[in-house]
Design a protein around this ligand. Structure first.
Ligand SMILES: C[S@@+](CC[C@H](N)C(=O)[O-])C[C@H]1O[C@@H](n2cnc3c(N)ncnc32)[C@H](O)[C@@H]1O
Length: 246
């Protein structure tokens, strides 16, 4: 798929063709499915994650949001950081259209650029973003794809920039019972995503370990939902950049 820049809020029907069919189909039911499985818990995690980002980053930071789904995080970031410029990259045409609808009333909507692109093949602009945000997207990739995606993301990060990750993990400190329930939920969720989106990832990857190995130690880390959801941030230093470029 070729990269496709979509400038602020054209009508959804005018978006260029492309996108991933599985996620395109999911876009309209995504929030309802999430609610059925997790209630409002994931959205509370997004809220906490967004607040942390908003409290940390500069007012005029250049943000890259990858795999923003139906746009709840995007709306929060754009509302709280009206001076920032935000690129929202997703490979699903329908997800981008949902984001545009959600952000349609924003006064600073022209500061958002939508980009239809696949992170696995994206031709990333070098050091173009101060903050790169990856919410529930890294778990869409196989270990091999993750190496490529992390390398791409690293190349787009400005010196002293940060990578923010929000994702699922196998709980580490929960009780046996909570662990079992979490395991069932993760299995069901992965099964569902594999069937509906042809997700190449067969199982949940140990993201915290993989990121520590490739990106370095997090500068911020927090568990939520009894350890089922985890958020973290990584700072790009010259040392970690040399690790990031795999
Ligand atoms: C599981 S959803 C998460 C959505 C949202 N971040 C959230 O918090 O609910 C994954 C998102 O990543 C996008 N995505 C998955 N694989 C992608 C890829 N290879 N390149 C770009 N976007 C991708 C999907 O279209 C979808 O919007």
């Amino acid at each position: 798929m070729s990269d496709d820049l979509i400038r602020a809020r054209p009508p959804a029907r005018n978006l260029a063709v492309g996108g991933n069919r599985g996620y395109d189909r999911l876009a309209t039911v995504y929030s309802a499915l999430e609610w059925a499985m997790f209630g409002g818990n994931l959205d509370r995690c997004r809220e906490t994650f967004a607040n942390r980002i908003v409290d940390t980053v500069n007012a005029n930071a250049r943000l890259l949001l990858c795999g923003g789904g139906t746009g709840r995080l995007l709306l929060r970031l754009a509302t709280a950081k009206p001076e920032s410029t935000i690129t929202s990259l997703d490979f699903s045409h329908a997800m981008i259209a949902a984001q545009q609808r959600r952000c349609a009333t924003l006064r600073n909507g022209q500061r958002i650029t939508w980009q239809l692109a696949d992170l696995r093949t994206w031709n990333a602009p070098s050091q173009a973003y101060d903050e790169i945000i990856l919410p529930f997207v890294l778990d869409c990739f196989s270990p091999d794809e993750l190496q490529v995606v992390l390398k791409t993301v690293a190349s787009a990060l400005a010196p002293e920039g940060r990578i923010w990750v929000l994702d699922f993990r196998h709980p580490v400190s929960a009780s046996l019972f909570a662990n079992m329930i979490a395991g069932i939920k993760l299995w069901l969720m992965h099964r569902f995503f594999r069937l509906s989106t042809s997700l190449p990832n067969q199982r949940l990857i140990d993201l915290p370990n993989l990121l520590t190995q490739t990106v370095g130690r997090p500068v911020f880390e927090q568990d939520h939902m009894a350890g089922l959801v985890w958020m973290s941030a990584y700072r790009s230093s010259s040392e970690s950049r040399s690790q990031l470029v795999l």
